[in-house]
Design a protein around this ligand. Structure first.
Ligand SMILES: Cc1cc2nc3c(=O)[nH]c(=O)nc-3n(C[C@H](O)[C@H](O)[C@H](O)COP(=O)(O)O)c2cc1C
Length: 214
């Protein structure tokens, strides 16, 4: 299949109007997240994270939003991964949520800030043991010889931690919070005349709201 011109959706589910949204975009995000769950969006907390490499090349990947914490959007990862190296060089990142069943998109720009080791440890220890072992096993983003490498390493880690009921997180594993300075809400509307409201954080920390043309 090489032609997708006839794939068209009409968006008629809702509208996004200034009178209803309030001054705090994080609160609006939380409201939309509840609505995404009610609309049966699969993995509504999956978000596309954009970073930039040292040549200026943007890179995208999906990560999972785990919490909204101190006004920031939290995810966890390997601190030696490509994304982490890129964040070290340039902490300015973008996030994107596409909630198709709600006919909505949310776009966030902000700065990535590392979470404390204590905070990451506290989340790590709530994860299923298999995910904990997985974090210890995977040298994320590096080239590995074959699948066997992972399976063998996983066995090694299971042996290493056998009999230890509560695992510590690896030093190379932790979290970031993305502190937003722009959040754009997009609601699909009829005839491609969608609603877009852009919140921009001002110096006084209040948010300015602008309507953008679709
Ligand atoms: C639905 C979904 C959720 C994911 N969640 C995470 C996550 O929370 N943390 C993470 O490090 N990678 C997650 N990944 C894997 C990343 O997309 C990516 O492959 C990995 O982090 C390596 O990215 P990097 O090489 O750019 O650092 C997820 C992938 C998918 C498809």
């Amino acid at each position: 299949m090489n032609n997708f011109e006839s794939h068209r959706e009409s968006y008629t589910k809702d509208e996004l109007i200034e009178e209803k949204v309030g001054n705090d975009p994080v609160e609006l995000f939380q409201r939309w997240m509840v609505e995404a769950i009610n609309d049966h969006v699969k993995e509504p907390n999956a978000m596309i994270l954009s970073t930039v490499d040292s040549t200026g090349q943007p890179e995208l990947r999906t990560v999972l939003l785990k919490e909204i914490y101190e006004g920031g959007f939290v995810f966890y990862t390997n601190y030696e991964s490509n994304k982490a190296k890129q964040i070290d060089q340039n902490p300015k990142v973008s996030l994107l949520f596409l909630w198709k069943e709600s006919e909505r998109q949310v776009r966030i720009n902000g700065e990535a800030v590392k979470l404390s080791a204590e905070k990451a440890q506290s989340y790590f220890q709530k994860r299923p043991r298999g995910s904990q072992i997985g974090a210890w096993t995977s040298p994320q983003s590096t080239i590995i010889k074959d699948r066997d490498f992972l399976d063998r390493r996983k066995n090694d880690m299971e042996n290493k931690f056998a009999g230890i009921p509560i695992l510590d997180k690896p030093d190379f594993w932790g979290g970031y919070k993305i502190v937003p300075d722009k959040i754009e809400f997009w609601q699909g509307r009829d005839n491609r005349l969608h609603d877009r409201l852009l919140y921009t954080k001002q110096e006084d920390s209040l948010w300015k709201i602008d309507r953008l043309a679709p």
